[in-house]
Design a protein around this ligand. Structure first.
Ligand code: ADP
Length: 615
């Protein structure tokens, strides 16, 4: 978690706001208080001075009046002497000097003992006194000024008789500096108080900020944990204020988120198991066509690894980037056939595309479903080929018969020599058709699901021998039979009817392709280790070219079409044999040397241990 820079922290903001508020309040209070106090103190000072002057003024006025009226007796002290007396002892801490000046600007007396020389002299430099005397005003004149670094306050007050006549001026010089010193002290106290309250405010601010930041910091670390997927923690609720409410809401939110996440996770798991267990391949892309999801079947179908295709473009993954763009695929409504097969190994996929759209119509991505249709295509192709083959096989004898019957109806029936031959041909063709239809019925029966073998335990040696004997008796060609069969009985579980048909087909082929004087060898070999019995029929006939060997068990496959048809074959004999042997859990194959002969082998499972029970 990144730490919050101190200069951006709520702590600092709180402290700053508090300190500034207190400083501002103190400032406003201070200015107002100091100004008021200063005014009051100065007024008090001035009043106290004036109060002390008032009785002086009265007596001085008496003295001057009596002196002016000239009724002062000889033994009485002079005016100056009596004024001196009046002024004596007037000096105090705040009153520095008091002067009495008459209307002619002559100093009648001063309270300053050291300055008695000026008594009787005229004063002209004293502005306030001059102001009163020259303007004959009865108003007080005052001034505050600096004198040797100290503030002094001078007051000139006219001495007025009861008749309203100005007869002199009292001039006072007082030390007002004391008042200002007092003010300075008060200011210092105020500043000290402000400083202390600011410090206390700062500390309180830090503490208060902590009560807010602590739960916020807890919620923040909780949110970080939540982002990492840890929903188990809970935020501590410190109180029921707004932050407490926020913490409760936060805890609720955590719970909801946890539930939502669990649901999403469950959905995701469900979806992923559906995707991985479905047989179809699914590929999802984002809106730019880049693969964001591919399930295992899709990866297997396209033979790619999930890691390599993720974020590759869809047409590229499907190998169709030259023909189609992502836009083409998103508008592709029909399914697309992707042929990945070779001649040797067909492999065809069908791809269907659907667009993931928001309600607004905004395309969010593309879903591709892949389906392996190789088998289906193969079955379809086989079915088409089969129908074509059947039609062809039936048309050939029918055409032959029609031409013969036409010839007969056109008069050949009257020909004693030709007519029997023609009728024989139509009969042979009819029989071949019946054989063909029977074979087809047989195959279709085996193709159907409810095809069942009617198995029973028989001694295969006896069974085989009887079939060989039947052929031996009925043969018309000059072919010799040679058998090499085990002496002891071999018991196998077979459907005797079906197995008879298998051997009939193989032996009749051997006879069909054997030359005059040829030999047919019948053999049974026991392979105890493999628990199987190998039955083989070998002839010395034309043989089968190597490249055709693997095809002879296919339906309607003939090596030499013209000749086999001539020999009455339907092309289904070995196909039926193969189906039947497979149903008996055996294998069938052929080996041949062209011009020298062919051997058809098949195996049947047998259990050597059960031999004793049957013998
Ligand atoms: P058909 O009824 O035409 O003989 P089969 O399915 O029995 O059909 O045989 C398929 C083809 O395999 C034959 O057309 C023939 O070309 C070839 N074939 C089968 N057996 C032999 C054999 N013993 N010797 C030579 N070719 C054979």
């Amino acid at each position: 978690m990144r730490k919050v820079n101190f200069f951006q922290s709520i702590h600092l903001k709180f402290v700053l706001i508090y300190v500034l508020l207190i400083a501002l309040a103190m400032q406003i209070i201070g200015v107002y208080f100091v100004r008021e106090l200063e005014e009051t103190l100065i007024d008090n000072f001035k009043n106290s001075v004036v109060d002390r002057l008032d009785p002086l003024e009265y007596t001085v006025a008496q003295e001057i009046s009596s002196s002016l009226s000239g009724n002062r007796s000889e033994d009485e002290p002079t005016l100056q002497q009596s004024i001196r007396q009046l002024l004596g002892g007037l000096n105090s801490e705040d009153i520095e000097e008091v002067q009495i000046i008459d209307t002619r600007s002559r100093i009648l007396g001063t309270s300053d003992d050291s300055n008695q020389a000026i008594v009787g002299q005229r004063t002209t430099s004293n502005d306030q006194v001059q102001e009163i005397l020259s303007n004959d005003t009865d108003l007080q004149q005052e001034e505050t000024y600096m004198d040797q670094g100290n503030r002094v306050w001078v007051l000139a007050q006219p001495i007025i008789t009861d008749q309203g006549e100005t007869i002199g001026v009292i001039w006072v010089k007082s030390q007002i500096e004391n008042v200002y010193e007092q003010m300075d002290e008060i200011n210092e106290i105020l500043a000290g108080g402000t400083a202390i309250s600011l410090v206390i405010t700062a500390i309180l601010g830090v503490l208060l900020a902590q009560t807010i930041t602590r739960p916020i910091a807890a919620m923040r670390s909780h949110a970080v944990d939540m982002a990492k997927g840890n929903f188990s923690r809970k935020v501590k609720v410190y109180g029921h204020d707004e932050i407490g409410q926020l913490a409760i809401t936060f805890n609720n939110l955590t719970k909801r988120l946890q539930e939502a996440r669990a649901t999403t996770e469950a959905e995701r798991r469900k979806l992923s198991s559906v995707l991985s267990y479905m047989t179809d391949g699914v590929i999802a892309t984002d809106r730019r066509g880049r693969v964001i999801l591919i399930n295992d079947p899709a990866a297997a179908m396209l033979n790619v690894s999930r890691e390599t295709v993720l974020s590759m473009s869809l047409p590229e993954v499907l190998g169709i980037e030259e023909e189609y763009s992502v836009d083409d695929l998103s508008t592709q409504t029909d399914s697309l056939i992707l042929n990945f097969g070779t001649d040797a190994k067909p492999y065809i996929l069908r791809a269907n595309f659907s667009v993931i759209q928001k309600e607004t119509g905004f395309v969010n991505g593309l879903i591709t479903v892949l389906h392996d249709i190789t088998e289906q295509e193969k079955i379809d192709a086989e079915r088409r080929e089969f129908v074509a083959n059947v039609s062809h096989e039936l048309r050939t004898p029918l055409t032959t018969m029609r031409s013969y019957l036409e010839a007969l109806s056109e008069g050949a029936w009257q020909d004693q020599e030709i007519a029997p031959h023609f009728l024989e041909v139509t009969q042979t063709e009819t029989e071949r058709m019946i054989r063909l239809v029977n074979d087809l019925l047989q195959l279709s029966k085996m193709d159907s699901r409810d095809y069942r073998l009617n198995k029973e335990f028989v001694n295969f040696i006896n069974f085989y021998q009887r079939i060989i004997d039947r052929f031996d008796m009925g043969r018309s060609q000059n072919v010799t039979f040679k058998t090499k069969l085990p002496q002891e009985p071999v018991y196998v579980e077979i459907d005797t009817d079906k197995m008879t048909q298998v051997l009939d087909n193989i032996i009749s082929n051997a006879l069909k392709y054997s030359p005059e004087g040829g030999q047919i060898r019948f053999k049974v070999e026991l392979k105890e280790r493999e628990k199987e019995m190998v039955v083989s029929v070998s002839d010395q006939g034309v043989g089968i070219p190597r490249e055709n060997l693997k095809n002879i068990f296919e339906r309607f496959y003939r090596v030499d079409k013209a000749r086999t048809r001539q020999l009455g074959g339907t092309g289904l004999g070995l196909a039926i044999a193969k189906e039947m042997i497979t149903a008996h859990e055996g294998r069938i194959w052929a080996s041949s040397v062209e011009g020298r002969g062919t051997t058809i082998y098949f195996t049947l499972p047998y259990d050597p241990t059960s031999e004793d029970e049957w013998s």
